[in-house]
Design a protein around this ligand. Structure first.
Ligand code: HEC
Length: 212
C-alpha cells in the first residue's frame, strides 16, 4: 500500500467510526425518549398526558369485585381491576420499601365474562377497558404530593380529581404505604413489612381487625 492509500484507508476508518457513534447516539437518545412516558407529564391546563404504554410496565395485582366504592356495590356483573406501576418506581420500591417522587400507578377496570371459547366455569377479563384511574406522586406539583387523575382512554388527557374527593380520604386512611394499597400487592407487602415502611393508619387497621 502506498502512503497515500494508507492515509485514505485510515481516514475512511475514522469517519465510519464517527458516523457509527452518531447513529448509536441518535438511537440511544430515541430509546430514552420512548421510555420518557415513565415519568408524568402534563398539558398546559393541568390535565395529565396519558401514560400510553402502561401495559408494558410492572404488573402489581388484580382485584375482582373489590367493593370500596358505593358504585361497585350496585353493579350486577363482576369486574376486574388491574394495577400497574412505572418500572423505575418499582425498582426503587424494591430497594427502599416505599415510593419515590414521580411514581405513576395505573388502575385499569375491565368487565368479567363467563361465556367464551372453551370456558365452562369461572370468569375472564373482557377486551374492553371500562375505566382508567391514575395515582401519581409529584412532590413539586401537588400540595399533598400525590394526586388522582381520571382517563376516558389513552388517546385523551386525564382530568385531575379535586383533593376533597373521597379517593384521597380512603387512600390516606387505609393505604398500607404512602397512601397506596400495598396490602393488596403481593410482591410488595412483604418488602414493606421488612423495611418497616407500613403506615401507622394501616397498622392500626390491622390491630383492630386482629382484635375482632
Ligand atoms: C373506600 C376506599 C377507596 C376509595 C374511596 C378509593 N379507592 Fe382507590 N383503591 C382502593 C383499594 C382497596 C385499592 C387496591 C385495589 C386492588 O387491589 O386491586 C385501590 C387502588 C387504587 C389505585 C392503584 C394505586 C394505589 O394507590 O394503590 C388507583 C389509581 C386508585 N385506587 C384510584 C382511585 C380513585 C381515582 C378514587 C376516587 C375516584 C379511588 N381510588 C377511591 C380503595 C379506595
Amino acid at each position: 500500500m502506498g502512503r497515500k492509500s494508507c492515509f485514505v484507508a485510515v481516514a475512511v476508518c475514522v469517519l465510519s467510526v464517527a458516523l457509527g457513534s452518531v447513529l448509536w447516539w441518535r438511537n440511544s437518545s430515541r430509546v430514552v425518549k420512548a421510555g420518557s412516558s415513565d415519568t408524568p407529564s402534563y398539558a398546559a391546563n393541568g390535565d395529565m398526558r396519558p401514560p400510553a404504554d402502561y401495559r408494558e410496565w410492572v404488573y402489581l395485582s388484580t382485584g375482582i369485585d373489590m367493593s370500596y366504592s358505593p358504585n361497585a356495590m350496585q353493579m350486577d356483573h363482576s369486574s376486574f381491576d388491574n394495577v400497574f406501576v412505572n418500572p423505575a418506581a418499582y425498582r426503587s420500591f424494591l430497594a427502599t420499601g416505599t415510593w419515590p417522587d414521580k411514581t405513576v400507578m395505573v388502575l385499569e377496570v375491565r368487565g368479567a365474562k363467563k361465556k367464551g371459547s372453551i370456558n365452562q366455569r369461572g370468569q375472564f377479563q373482557d377486551t374492553a377497558v371500562n375505566g382508567i384511574e391514575v395515582h401519581v406522586k409529584d412532590e413539586g406539583r401537588f400540595p399533598g404530593e400525590w394526586a388522582f387523575f381520571e382517563f376516558d382512554s389513552m388517546q385523551k388527557d386525564g382530568t385531575l380529581i379535586p383533593d376533597k374527593a373521597p379517593c384521597y380520604t380512603c387512600h390516606q386512611a387505609h393505604g398500607a404505604v404512602d397512601t397506596t394499597f400495598v396490602q393488596f400487592y403481593p410482591t410488595l407487602l412483604p418488602l414493606a413489612k421488612e423495611k418497616k415502611t407500613l403506615s401507622a393508619s394501616y397498622l392500626k387497621d390491622e390491630e383492630s381487625a386482629a382484635a375482632k
